[in-house]
Design a protein around this ligand. Structure first.
Ligand SMILES: [Zn+2]
Length: 494
């Protein structure tokens, strides 16, 4: 569009270039300023050889003014400009004012500028550039032709910095270029300055991935992935060791937390779509495989809980925290054990984990129960009483178990603390100790979980530790009439 306008000499008197930093707004503004003054345009581009182009290139053209609104934002600056624009250009065809960071102008400066834009003198063009479109008054917007500068695709940035590196004789490896392109987040200028800082001081060394990570202070994804793997295994000790190692290596914990958040997002995307192209973090093939393994071991609810905790920690690191390491450690402990958190996302994560672990079906349980009953009947036939027998505890009323005493509910809960899931369930249920053992009256979906063989054995073990052999654990539904629903629905009912 700009080229067409230049070649047909139908340029506007005011342009607004907006977009994120490093996407070429000021560069485009300078080219446009040159093009509107060029004497022999080539397809709308400045020729670079005519008198005007040479004058602009030499930097001596007084008709092209670059103003930085960040430091010249007062109304007086704009008034000076207004007094100046009435004069015709000194040497070129048009006076061009490039106002950078125009959103920094004060309200009265904007008003003064508006006057000029309303009645523009002949032979004057304004090119305004901004990163924050929302701060430009609508009266200004409506008088400018607006062009939006998009973020540059990371592939384009990559090939450009590879080109620059080659021209500059820098041995830049492919992975290193990819990492820089990703970190630049669509800004070419950022990518080029990162390349410069990586290559600075090098003689003929290779710029490889590790070098870039080290130089730019970004920890590799490796430690973040290892941390997530340990969280998946609920291995708090190893998690804390990883954080300690990162802390000691003087890598920035904020950026590590950022990496962790991005990875959680990537795992979430991977588990929902299975599409490896949507991964935003820079990963090697091996790391991508590890990530896709991780996507299978976490449920969506868990990942959403992770991102909530990490997001919260990220916020606290920036605002309040004086001890970043401590904050991250607390977050990781929370991630390893959602039972420590009472938020609804933590509950959803816990339920999801339970649903995931629900391997043994009720049919198997029934089978175990039948076997237990059969064993009990056999025993009853036996004349000799064997109260101390290791056999399964049973509901048989005829036998008096050798108990020490009836335990306290608090003591029992204390015993269960090493099994966080069971502890959580027991805590919300009604526990009653009877002659024969323990009755747990609970919600239907909790009953389903507790009735699983693995849970029952753990409960009975805890009971055995407290009061000796021969006690039984009975699970009963609080509302047997309530039909079984998904556990999340149950949660809402209570
Ligand atoms: Zn020219």
């Amino acid at each position: 569009m700009l080229k067409n306008q230049c070649s047909t000499e139908k340029t506007s008197h005011a342009y607004l270039f907006c977009g994120s930093r490093g996407t070429g707004k000021t560069t485009a503004a300078k080219i446009l300023a040159k093009a509107v003054n060029c004497l022999s345009l080539k397809d709308g581009n400045p020729c670079g050889v005519c008198d005007n182009c040479i004058l602009v290139d030499s930097g001596a053209a007084t008709d092209i003014n670059e103003i930085d609104a960040a430091s010249n934002n007062s109304v007086d600056n704009i008034r000076d400009l207004r007094d100046e624009v009435v004069y015709s250009p000194a040497a070129l065809k048009k006076r061009v004012y490039i106002i950078d960071e125009v959103h920094m102008l004060s309200a009265s400066a904007f008003n003064a500028l508006l006057k000029t834009l309303e009645e523009p003198p002949e032979n004057v063009a304004f090119i305004l550039a901004t990163t924050e479109l929302n701060k430009i008054p609508s009266t200004i917007l409506s008088r400018c032709q607006r062009f939006e500068f998009r973020r540059i695709d990371s592939d384009i940035i990559k090939s450009r910095i590879e080109f620059v590196a080659k021209e500059e004789g820098i041995n830049l490896q492919k992975e290193a270029a990819e990492l820089i392109a990703r970190l630049a987040d669509g800004g070419m200028r950022d990518a080029l300055s990162m390349l410069e800082s990586c290559a600075g001081g090098l003689t003929d060394e290779t710029v490889d991935l590790a070098f870039v990570q080290d130089r730019l202070g970004v920890s590799g994804a490796d430690s973040a992935i290892t941390l997530l793997e340990n969280i998946a295994e609920k291995n708090v000790g190893s998690c804390l060791k990883i954080i300690s190692a990162i802390h000691l290596s003087a890598k920035d914990l904020n950026s590590f937390l950022g990496d962790l958040l991005k990875l959680v997002r990537d795992i979430l995307v991977l588990s929902r779509t299975g599409d490896k192209n949507l991964i935003s973090t820079f990963l090697s093939d091996e790391e991508t495989d590890r990530l896709s393994d991780l996507s299978k071991s976490f449920k969506t609810e868990e990942l959403l809980y992770f991102s909530a905790v990490l997001e919260d920690t990220y916020f606290r690191l920036g605002r309040y925290s004086s001890n970043k390491r401590f904050e991250i450690e607390m977050a990781v402990i929370k991630l390893c054990d959602p039972s420590l958190d009472n938020s609804s996302s933590a509950l959803a994560a816990r339920i999801s984990a339970l649903e995931n672990a629900k391997v043994s079906t009720p049919i198997i349980f029934e089978k175990v129960k039948i076997e237990q009953q059969a064993a009990a009947e056999e025993e009853e036939e036996d004349v000799v009483e064997q109260a101390t027998e290791e056999a399964e505890p049973k509901k048989s009323e005829t036998k008096q178990p050798k108990r020490k005493r009836l335990p306290d509910i608090k003591e029992f809960l204390e015993k269960l603390k090493k099994e966080p899931q069971l502890y959580a369930f027991a805590e919300v249920s009604n526990l009653q100790f009877t002659e024969n053992g323990l009755t747990i009256i609970c919600e239907p979906f909790v009953a389903n979980m507790l009735k699983q063989k693995t849970s029952l054995i753990k409960l009975e073990d805890a009971l055995k530790e407290l009061c000796g052999e021969g006690f039984t654990v009975t699970i009963s539904d609080k509302k047997e009439a309530v039909e079984e629903k998904s556990s999340l629905d149950d949660l809402k009912i209570y």
